[in-house]
Design a binder for this molecule. Structure first.
Ligand code: ATP
Ligand code: MG
Length: 422
């Protein structure tokens, strides 16, 4: 006998039990984003590998070791399952010339793929809600992104998520800083792990992004990029902080926050909770003014952020949040030849009138059908026997409240059920 086929490690099924929470989250997010004028965009899940190498940077965890890359057997092209959405979103915007005469506020929601070691809050297929504002240069847009996420936490009832901010300055700032950092790291060469020794030569700022606990003390005392900023960078950062203070948003400056992707400049931020163990960052983003040009577009400023959906849902569960159960309005039980026929037509009539209806399929006694009706979560059972069918009527029984069963004309079902729901 062959062994049964299982889902791929780190790639999860989302079962109906959990799906109500996902649906609640996604509809809250859609409302919230439209409330700020953001419009949805959907990109393909597979892109040319070159896009991610160019956008995210060759010397990053993602590109070095986390991408699902394969060769298209038909034409030999190197393709990659998207590890994040910003690169694809910018590619789509450029390809369709969306920035031609207007800046864009965009969002998307979907699966991303990274070959990481699966653990709580870290999966190989996970989901992000990504938000990108393209064509906006000022700190007012950075502030909008942070203020809107703060609002989402309020909408979801999530307290105690800490906002950490930092600035990565300009590429000139980073070049200046690089020299100081390299000097410091070389002095402590014996304490560097293998990855960091390599990065010291290729992309020293990435050493600060190391997740290796043994490296943290060294990282903590490294020179700070904040001390190498020019006036323009400092002003952007200070203006942003003034806007956050105006909005009453608390933040902590974390000079070690560098983010795992190369495309950022100026503002970077993360929202972090202590309730999820090591995988505490639920939302992360920042400004990436160089990316559009890097992908081949006319230079334009931009910024964005992405939320980890699994982590946010885990946090909702931590706070014992119960998603509203999405159940049918009525479950139709029926027995007898004339009743079956009448019930099928009745279910369609009720759906015409806007009710959500489960029609019992598969026969069985009234008693066993009623059990299924109850288990379905529906509010009402609509009961049809040959008797009812002959009269063009049904019996209506509440499955959730103590109410007498009533026999009514099919036409009255919708108003009786509605009166109860509204
Ligand atoms: P981390 O430091 O946790 O690896 P990251 O810096 O790689 O995160 P980003 O690329 O900024 O993450 O992605 C934005 C958000 O997406 C993260 O803050 C997190 O909430 C979520 N995320 C990233 N990788 C995963 C993953 N493998 N599984 C689940 N969620 C993830
Ligand atoms: Mg990562």
């Amino acid at each position: 006998m062959s062994t049964s086929i299982q889902a791929i490690r780190g790639m999860n099924d989302i079962l109906p039990e959990q799906a109500d929470l996902w649906t609640f989250f996604e509809s809250t997010v859609d409302d919230w984003l439209r409330g700020y004028g953001y419009r949805p965009i959907r990109m393909p899940i597979v892109e040319q590998t070159a896009l991610f190498k160019r956008a995210i940077g060759e010397v990053t965890d993602i590109v070095e070791k986390e991408m699902y890359t394969f060769t298209d057997a038909l034409n030999g092209e190197s393709l990659t399952l998207r590890p994040e959405g910003t690169a694809s979103c910018v590619r789509a915007v450029l390809q369709h010339n969306l920035l031609y005469n207007a800046p864009q506020r965009l969002y998307y929601n979907g699966p991303m793929f990274r070959h990481e070691r699966p653990q709580k809050g870290r999966y190989r297929q996970f989901h992000q809600v990504g938000v990108e504002s393209l064509g906006f240069a000022g700190p007012d847009m950075d502030a909008e992104h942070i203020a809107m996420t703060a609002r989402l936490w309020r909408l979801l009832g999530l307290p105690d998520i800490e906002l950490q901010i930092n600035t990565l300055g300009t590429s000139e700032d980073r070049a200046r800083h690089r020299a100081r950092l390299v000097h410091y790291l070389e002095q402590h060469h014996d304490q560097l792990d293998e990855d960091s020794r390599r990065r010291l030569l290729t992309n020293p700022l990435r050493v600060l992004d190391s997740k290796n606990p043994a490296m943290q003390a060294l990282i903590e005392t490294a020179p700070k990029l904040l001390d190498d900023l020019d006036e323009v960078s400092l002003k952007h950062f200070e203006d942003l902080q003034a806007m956050l203070r105006d909005a009453g948003i608390e933040y902590r400056i974390n000079p070690r926050l560098v983010r795992g992707l190369d495309y950022y400049n100026f503002t970077v931020f993360e929202w972090v909770t202590t309730k999820l163990g090591a995988q505490g960052t639920v939302c992360a983003g920042g400004r990436y003014d160089g990316l559009i040009e890097q992908i081949g577009g006319k230079p334009a400023p931009a910024c964005g952020f992405a939320m980890g959906v699994e982590r946010l849902l885990a946090l909702l569960e931590e706070y014992a949040f119960l998603a509203p159960r999405i159940a049918a309005d009525v479950y139709v039980v029926h027995q007898g030849e004339a009743a079956d026929k009448f019930a099928r037509a009745a279910a369609e009539r009720l759906r015409d009138q806007g009710l959500h209806v489960i029609l019992h399929c598969g026969g069985g006694s009234f008693k066993s059908q009623m059990k299924k009706a109850d288990a379905s979560g529906a509010r009402y059972a609509v009961i049809v026997g040959d008797d009812e069918a002959a009269a063009g009527e049904v019996s209506l029984k509440s499955l959730r409240e103590l109410e007498d069963q009533v026999r009514v004309a099919l036409e009255s079902v919708v108003s009786l059920v509605r009166r109860k729901i509204e």
